[in-house]
Design a protein around this ligand. Structure first.
Ligand SMILES: [Zn+2]
Length: 189
């Protein structure tokens, strides 16, 4: 584990131990999956995790006017994880659906034809989600593990991607960004 700019970098094994020992007062019901879109794989140089995370924080604070980086965690193409916003704070990731949620930003653009998710990244995304579900007693299903694509961008109402939605976490995220893709390929372990 190493720390810089107030973020801590871990591999997935370190994360599983760290999260199991962490005390969190906030009530967690939902785990959100996102892709960063930009920065994406082309911006990852293998050793610039902290700079990319700090860049996202600067954008969120200076451009969006938020109090902190929006997400709780960022996963990287090499399978490492960086902490972001404190788990005791509500994230800024899905308008109208951040209360009682943990926000995971997966670095990359996982729309069809864009970044091809590495094996290490896939493994970490599954295991970080599983570890968080286990930690907070969240049942693994598409009611609790949610994709940004399923929420109306203006109202925050869940519509499962039927209008006014982002593609996030990507039209090719574990085979697609629809509820059925989640049920078949992601949130079914
Ligand atoms: Zn998103």
């Amino acid at each position: 584990m190493t720390s810089k700019f107030g973020f801590t970098k871990m591999d997935i094994n370190e994360f599983e131990t760290w999260i199991s020992n962490l005390r969190v007062a906030r009530t967690i019901i939902h785990i959100q999956e996102h892709h960063t879109w930009s920065p994406s794989y082309i911006n990852f140089k293998g050793n610039n995790h902290f700079d990319l995370q700090q860049g996202m924080k600067s954008y969120h604070v200076s451009h969006n006017g938020w109090m902190d980086i929006g997400q709780h965690f960022t996963t990287f193409p090499d399978g490492t994880i960086l902490t972001g916003r404190s788990l005791e704070s509500t994230p800024a990731c899905i308008l109208g659906f951040n209360m009682n949620a943990i926000c995971i930003e997966n670095l990359g653009d996982f729309d069809t034809g864009k970044d091809l998710m590495t094996v290490e990244h896939k493994n970490t995304i599954v295991r970080i989600t599983a570890a968080l579900c286990k930690k907070f007693g969240v049942a693994v299903n598409s009611d609790n593990v949610v994709y940004h694509h399923w929420f109306n961008l203006t109202t925050g109402v869940r519509n499962n991607g039927t209008g006014n939605n982002k593609t996030c976490p990507g039209t090719n995220f574990f085979g697609g960004n629809k509820v059925e893709n989640c049920n078949q390929n992601f949130c079914h372990w």
